[in-house]
Design a protein around this ligand. Structure first.
Ligand SMILES: Nc1ncnc2c1ncn2[C@@H]1O[C@H](COP(=O)(O)OP(=O)(O)OP(=O)(O)O)[C@@H](O)[C@H]1O
Length: 371
C-alpha cells in the first residue's frame, strides 16, 4: 500500500490523542483515522468512529486541535479535522435480520421498574447521538410503546398482506403488538403464541437500515422471556433495575438468563435511583442507594446510567412525548444521552464485528407510515 510521507504522522498523532481520550490502545484508534488529501499530499484527517457520540464531537474536535497545536509540526485547522460515525454490525449466534445492524434487548427481572420508559428514552437518546434507531415492543402482554409514542390508534400498513411498514413517531421507527391486536386478545395468549408473535413482528416488518433496534422485553425471567431471548438474534442486552434488594435479586436473574443463552450483557441502568426535591435540591434515596452499582460491580459490568425518580419522566411518557422529545435539553435528557453513549461505546468496543460484515444491509424500503 502507498502512504503519503506527510500524512502518516498526523493521523498517528490524532490516533494517539483519541487513544488517550478513550483509554484505548493506539493500534485500535489508528484504524479510525484516515488522511484526507486531494493531490496525494495530506491535507487533514478524517475520523470514523464506530460508536455514536455526536453531542461530544465539538469538545473532542477542540481537544484534538488544541493538542495538535501544542505540537506545531502537526497543527491542523478546524476544517482539516472531520468526524463521522459508522456503526458496525456485531456478531450474533442467530442469522441477522435484514437491515438491522444490532438488536439490543432492554430487560428487567422485575415488572414496573421503568424498562419501557428507559427503552424509549434510550432509543431517542441514541438517535440524538447520531444513530439510526428503531424500537420493537416485545412486551406482548402489556405493550406500552404505543402510549409512550402517542400513537395508540395507529396501524402498520401492508401492501402485500405479508409485510408491515413500521410506524414512525418523532423520527423513531417502531412496531408493537399494541398496533395490531386489542390488548385483551394478547393478554390471554400462551407462551408459544406470544413468542411466535414476537418473531413475526421482527421478521415481517420492513425495517429501514437501523444501527440499533431496541427491543423492549416483557418483564421477568421465565420461560417466555427465555424463549424470546433465544429466538431473536440479539446482539446484546441491557438490564434495567431499581436500587432496592428485591429488584436487584430479579435483575441478577435477568443477567443469568442472558448468560444462559450466550447474549452478552452490556451493562445495567439504574432507574429511580433518587428523588431530588425541587425546592431545596436534597436527594432522597427512595428505593435505597447504590444497589445498581453494587450489582454491576459484582458481575464486572458497567453501570451505564442512573436516572432519578422524576415526575416529568412519568408525565411525558404517559402523554406520548417522552422526555427526550419534550425536554431535550434538560439535565435528565443529558443523563439518558450519557447512558446512550456508554451503551454505544460498550457495544462497539467489547464485542466482535459480524464475520460476514454488512451483507444483510439491503437499503431503505420506501414509505414509512406516519413519518
Ligand atoms: N424514572 C422515573 N421517574 C418517574 N416515573 C417513572 C420513571 N421510570 C418509570 N416511571 C413510571 O413508572 C411506571 C412504570 O414504568 P414502565 O412502564 O416503563 O415500567 P416497566 O418496567 O416497563 O413496566 P412493565 O413491567 O409493566 O412492563 C410508568 O408510569 C412510568 O411513567
Amino acid at each position: 500500500m502507498f502512504f503519503s510521507r506527510k500524512a502518516e504522522p498526523v493521523t498517528q498523532k490524532v490516533a494517539a490523542i483519541l487513544a488517550s481520550y478513550f483509554s484505548m490502545d493506539v493500534a485500535e484508534t489508528a484504524s479510525w483515522c484516515k488522511a484526507t488529501s486531494t493531490d496525494g499530499n495530506a491535507e487533514g484527517v478524517h475520523v470514523t468512529l464506530p460508536f455514536c457520540i455526536d453531542s461530544q464531537l465539538p469538545v473532542l474536535s477542540d481537544l484534538v486541535l488544541a493538542k495538535l497545536k501544542a505540537d506545531s509540526k502537526h497543527a491542523l485547522t478546524e476544517s482539516q479535522l472531520s468526524f463521522s460515525t459508522e456503526i458496525t454490525s456485531q456478531q450474533t449466534s442467530l442469522p441477522p435480520i435484514t437491515n438491522i445492524k444490532n438488536i439490543i434487548a432492554v430487560a428487567s427481572g422485575k415488572g414496573g421498574v421503568g424498562k419501557s420508559t428507559t427503552s424509549i428514552n434510550l432509543a431517542f437518546a441514541l438517535m440524538k447521538e447520531g444513530a439510526k434507531v428503531g424500537i420493537l415492543d416485545a412486551d406482548i402482554y402489556g405493550p406500552s410503546i404505543p402510549i409512550m409514542l402517542g400513537n395508540t390508534s395507529a396501524h402498520p400498513e401492508s401492501e402485500d398482506n405479508k409485510h408491515m411498514q413500521p410506524l414512525m413517531a418523532h423520527g423513531l421507527v417502531a412496531n408493537s403488538i399494541g398496533y395490531l391486536v386489542p390488548q385483551d386478545d394478547a393478554a390471554v395468549w400462551r407462551g408459544p403464541m406470544a413468542s411466535r408473535a414476537l418473531t413475526q413482528l421482527l421478521n415481517e416488518t420492513l425495517w429501514p437500515v437501523l444501527d440499533y433496534l431496541i427491543v423492549d422485553m416483557p418483564p421477568g425471567t421465565g420461560d417466555i422471556q427465555l424463549t424470546m431471548a433465544q429466538q431473536v438474534p440479539l446482539t446484546a442486552a441491557v438490564i434495567v433495575t431499581t436500587p432496592q434488594d428485591l429488584a436487584l435479586a430479579d435483575a441478577q436473574k435477568g443477567i443469568s438468563m442472558f448468560e444462559k443463552v450466550d447474549v452478552p450483557v452490556l451493562g445495567l441502568i439504574e432507574n429511580m435511583s433518587y428523588y431530588q426535591c425541587r425546592a431545596c435540591g436534597t436527594k432522597d434515596y427512595v428505593f435505597s442507594k447504590d444497589g445498581g452499582e453494587a450489582l454491576a460491580e459484582r458481575h464486572g459490568l458497567p453501570l451505564l446510567g442512573q436516572l432519578p425518580l422524576d415526575i416529568h419522566i412519568r408525565e411525558h411518557g404517559d402523554a406520548g412525548t417522552p422526555l427526550l422529545i419534550s425536554s431535550p435539553d434538560s439535565p435528565i435528557s443529558a443523563s439518558y444521552q450519557e447512558a446512550a453513549r456508554a451503551l454505544s461505546m460498550q457495544l462497539a468496543l467489547t464485542l466482535s464485528p459480524r464475520e460476514e460484515g454488512n451483507k444483510h444491509i439491503k437499503g431503505n424500503p420506501i414509505g414509512i407510515v406516519g413519518s
